[in-house]
Ligand binder design. Structure first.
Ligand code: ZN
Length: 213
């Protein structure tokens, strides 16, 4: 397994385990946990602490239950007979929502070779797949809320370092960054936001309402 450098913090895992995250973020954390042995181990230990408090509750079941609730909420149907999702680029929680792996995504071009596919959007947040061509930069921006980005393929670099498959970056109003896809391979990310981004440039600000970013 790839060595994962950037992990979700315990407060995020705790929010996931207790079902208190906005649902847009649930899918990102479920996918991160699928890819990261470390995040899974920490989630289990947090659940064990919760289990010590609530002795009767099997917290592993609780986590599985929260995922199926998430899938139900965002329109992915919990399969009656679990199909064998093939091992691919996408972790299985994401394959269930997309209905397959990378090739099943209905991409929409948003300019300069960048593609996106909005998986779910409601008043609490939006979760989308984003594909950035190798070597291409995203517009410089800050955030009005929280942005959670999980790398699925390729890698990107910003002011906080390099993020590769399985890595997660959590950015908020204090983070001002310009993510750039690393050379060699297009970078595909799963991105959840609970508020509009704050772009510095005029063109991205004009395009923003059309892209739902
Ligand atoms: Zn950002």
């Amino acid at each position: 397994m790839t060595h994962i450098q950037h992990h979700a913090h315990d407060d995020i895992l705790m929010g996931y385990a207790t079902g208190t995250l906005p649902q847009a973020f649930d899918l990102v954390v479920a996918s991160h946990v699928s890819l990261s042995d470390d995040a899974r181990a920490r989630l289990e230990s947090l659940e064990a602490i919760g289990g010590a408090v609530l002795e009767d509750i099997d917290m592993v079941d609780l986590a599985e239950d929260s995922l199926s609730q998430t899938l139900a909420k965002i329109g992915g149907e919990a399969p009656i007979e679990a199909p064998q999702w093939k091992v691919g680029v996408f972790p299985s929680p994401l394959q269930q929502v997309v209905g397959g792996d990378e090739e099943a995504v209905r991409w929409r071009n948003v300019g300069r070779g960048v593609k996106q596919c909005i998986l779910h959007s409601d008043e609490d947040g939006t979760v989308r797949l984003l594909s950035i061509p190798a070597g291409r930069s995203m517009p410089a921006h800050s955030h009005n809320g929280t942005e959670m980005t999980l790398v699925l393929k390729g890698a990107f670099r910003d002011e906080d370092g390099v993020f590769a498959r399985g890595d997660i970056e959590v950015a908020d109003a204090n983070v001002d960054h310009t993510p750039v896809a690393e050379p060699g391979e297009d970078c595909i990310c799963l991105v959840a936001t609970d508020a509009r981004l704050k772009f510095r440039g005029l063109l991205p600000r004009i395009a923003q309402p059309f892209l739902g970013i």
